[in-house]
Design a protein around this ligand. Sequence first.
Ligand code: PMP
Length: 457
Amino acid sequence: MSNESSDLDSLRERIDQVTLEMARLIIERSKIVGQIGSVKQRLGMPVDDQAREARLRAKVAESCQNADDVTLASRLLNFLLTESVRAQSEHAGIGQSHMSVFAEAQKLEAEGRQIIHMEVGEPDSAPVSAVADALASACSEGYTKYGSALGLDELRDAIARRESARGCSVERENVIVTTGARFAVYLTIGSLLDAGDEIVVIEPAWPAYADCAMRSGIKVHRIHTTLESGWEPGVSEIESVITPNTKMLVLNYPNNPTGKVLPEKLLAEIMDVAAHHSLYVLSDEIYSAYSDSGFKSALEFGYDRTIVTQSLSKSHAMTGFRIGYAIAAPPIVSKLAKLQSLCIVSPPSPIQYAALAALGANPPDTPGIMPKRLDAMISNAGRLEFQKPDGAMYLFARLPRGLDCHSIVSECLRQGLAVAPGSGFGNYPDFVRLSACQDIPTLVRGMNIINSVTAPS
Ligand code: PMP
């Protein structure tokens, strides 16, 4: 045997030993994760502890010999921490969200109960009639085949015109049609980031950003904003969590759940930070139709790593059609298309024709009526505390002191009202999200229920 092949054998023996030792340590670590999770649960502590994670990260960095090692060790640490948070959250039964309450409410309805739905954001109007006509024609005329993973060209053009009309320069090449904005978010995170990368999410936030990231082994840095600070994130806080492994910042304005729209100056400063660190900016602008004139799209900053996700769900009352899109630079669009092709081949063809018809007609005026509904809720908000939303379709409200969202959500459901727990949007156990997607008398009945459930005993 040559020297080289005996060297290879001994190197392989060593790498096997190291790998087996790592596997043993990872299993041992996961047992400790479970034990810590149980103790935290008994003590009523949250799963996520970013300060502790930061201390561990610093210790790991100290134990490394050079910057490349720090980056590598930090990626591995991200993977381990993400797994720990996921395991402890599952163990603690964390995961009650607006969607799980919706599922519970539907179950009760199937048993014959009447439930007021203030947990999900689903416009109560119907799509314009042109949508059903276009869907029927698409089927009868045979537009029922597989299509391009990028979406139908005519629809991409119509979307480009829609976005350009808002003042952003968008062409067909910048557009990918997706099955809802939710899938656009998944495609963006899944195709641009890898396991061990890091993403920054400003909370309270729609839970899918963190869920998508964690599912792919991506570490989530959560920026906790408060009612007292008007739900505005600190620029220096965002900067402080960025490391060489941080690849993306998520923005969502008008925000779900708070309805906040950031002041333009603050948005500009955040975009500057993202550009300075070459981060992708995922700006989910699905509620842009539900905002006053203060809203500015992230596209308007002209930063080439920006991905805007959009949908016809809320703007055109087409939630069940599952049709949305993303806008980005062509190289990013083709990465998203590759993953979309892998997952679903193409968005459903007949639905795309229906979406084309929707974009060619005047949409239902749900955005126009939303402020009046929110005002009605605000006038009947009892002891709830909140900031008046700038847009979207929700009130994110703090419960009176000492009350916890889980017990209030359960009690409201018992009394026929479904509301979303604040804990589904970050560390907000004393908040609930109330959706304004009902007529005003129904909303007032819902507010009366929550007022009686939260009244002093
Ligand atoms: N983004 C946000 C902020 C949302 O609130 C929602 C749905 N509630 C979505 C995206 C998903 O929208 P779609 O129905 O287009 O998947």
